[in-house]
Design a protein around this ligand. Sequence first.
Ligand code: PLP
Length: 364
Amino acid sequence: MTGLPVRPEFEGRSPYGAPQVPAAHRLNTNENPYPLPDELLADLGAALGAAALELNRYPDRDALDLRADLATYLSRSGTAVTPDQVWAANGSNEILQQLSQVFGGAGRMALGFTPSYSMHPLITASTGGTFVDGHRRADFTIDPDAAVAQVRELRPDVVFVTSPNNPTGTAVALDTITALHDATEGVLVVDEAYTEFARPGTPSALTLLEGRPRLVVSRTMSKAFGMAGLRLGYLAADPAVVDALQLVRLPYHLSSLTQAAARTALAHTDALLATVDAVKHERDRIVAALPGLGLTSVPSDANFVLFGGFADAPAVWQGLLDRGVLVRDVGLPGWLRVTAGTPAETDAFLTALGEVVAAPGLGG
Ligand SMILES: *Cc1c(COP(=O)(O)O)cnc(C)c1O
């Protein structure tokens, strides 16, 4: 990095970031395209106005009311979660960073199974730890026996499992998660950023928390809740994990405006999550249309689809962009990732894709 004395582990690394290219249809960052409900917008105005009156004061350092609301939301799944099992931060990225600061760091190792969320290695490195790349099978699933063997051999301090996985889309079987938990002496972090989009019969790792004090389930309001701009991530774990995170969280890390906005959003959970079924419908429409274009996809429990069968995925990416559709090239040869959103976005994507695969040299 041009002569600056940055830490050696950052030499030659690129910062996280999808290219922010202007396009009519931006289907590259897994956001929810639906506008926020009017009644939420009105309540947000009032709640933020009230919070503004107190901005001369530091926020509630422990975010007690917000954590209670998050526990109530999580408990709706049928697994009782108490506020002392919940911690919140500025996006689940900050949650992952705090976990790495406490349980990873210098002289410690994290294991993940790539291709997966690129922030896991980056956060591991930025907190001074070493990231070891586990393996997935050719269909992008985790081989439980191979994964357990790696955990036994490497003895990582932190194990990351993304479920549903990003960028591939598939949820990880719960018995794989329990096997990894039982094999590791470290902390197992299940990153469930997309769990609300999972196909029916795909249980959350929340159901496994009881009796597993080294299991952490990380969640976010950025995806299904459609509030990526809010920056609110959270976790559920044993209360002792939450206590440990207090050692590294910055004082007053979560602003009173963030806490007020998140609580207001959670009061409108049903309205916010009402778009989840519509998004899942569009995802399934994309999946169903691909074979007709001679393409395949990876089974998706998320609001995106990894689709492929391309000889030259970057050329297809460019062909789609030329037609106003921005998808994500996640660097997997032959594959691209598209975010599912509105019916109009699906139409635009499938039309453009049809044209691109018909062009000589670009199809599968
Ligand atoms: C989008 C995403 C997140 C969300 O990060 P926030 O900081 O909460 O916006 C976390 N994990 C994965 C796997 C993601 O794809």
